[in-house]
Design a protein around this ligand. Structure first.
Ligand code: AP5
Length: 190
């Protein structure tokens, strides 16, 4: 099972990925988490990435591909993975296809989590108050939403054209969304 979770900032990709990995026993690959770990560790990559993340922009495709390539080379991904935060634009989607083809793990299923803007803002504002993530400020969130619309939303079409896209509504409780996701994955696997 090789799944990429797609959706706007705050749509629940990370939350649902964590539940899925517990259910299917596969590694969770989150590029946002990988980048935040590099920032925390103070690596050169982390220092470069922090400026970009705090502006709500995308870290360069080259850096991201290096990061993903390194992660996919690890043995725990041999049976698959649940990925969130990558790919985030068409160039990344094509690069991921090429990379997976090269390592003999082609075909990714894409799952889009749809949440309306008002609810996204509500969730992120709550997280900002509770956790203080540096890119959750009002101005940066607005920028992240714009970047999503312009660069990431087309990735959905990319997978739809390949017949690999499923969509679920991301409103309701975390568990309600998870049940929908499980339903979709079971239906497609049948
Ligand atoms: P990343 O960490 O990927 O951030 P994001 O896509 O903006 O996503 P979020 O983490 O905000 O939301 P999510 O959809 O995971 O939702 P979550 O489960 O957390 O990326 C951060 C930055 O890193 C980017 O802006 C970019 O700069 C850089 N980056 C990362 N990947 C990159 C790439 N491939 N290329 C270039 N740059 C890259 O949920 C949000 C909140 O809502 C949580 O508090 C959660 O508890 C709550 N919540 C979730 N579900 C529910 C629910 N059903 N009901 C109520 N609350 C809920």
């Amino acid at each position: 099972m090789r799944i990429v979770l797609l959706g706007a900032p705050g749509s629940g990709k990370g939350t649902q990925a964590a539940l899925l990995v517990a259910e299917v026993d596969l590694p969770h690959i989150s590029t946002g988490a990988l980048l935040r770990a590099a920032v925390k560790a103070g690596t050169l990559l982390g220092k470069r990435a922090k400026t970009v993340i705090d502006r709500g922009e995308l870290v360069s495709d080259e850096i991201m591909l290096g990061l993903i390539e390194e992660r996919l080379a690890q043995p725990d991904v041999k049976n698959g993975f649940i990925m969130d935060g990558y790919p985030r634009n068409l160039a990344q989607a094509e690069a991921l296809d090429e990379l997976l083809e090269r390592i003999g793990q082609p075909v990714v299923e894409a799952l889009q989590i749809d949440v309306d803007l008002e609810m996204l803002i509500e969730r992120i504002s709550k997280r900002a108050a509770e956790e203080g993530r540096s890119d959750d400020t009002e101005e940066v969130v607005r920028k992240r939403m714009r970047v999503y619309e312009e660069q990431t939303a087309p990735v959905m079409e990319y997978y739809a054209r390949k017949g690999l896209l499923s969509r679920v509504l991301g409103d309701g409780t975390v568990d309600e969304v998870f049940q929908r996701i499980k339903g979709v994955l079971q239906i497609r696997a049948a």
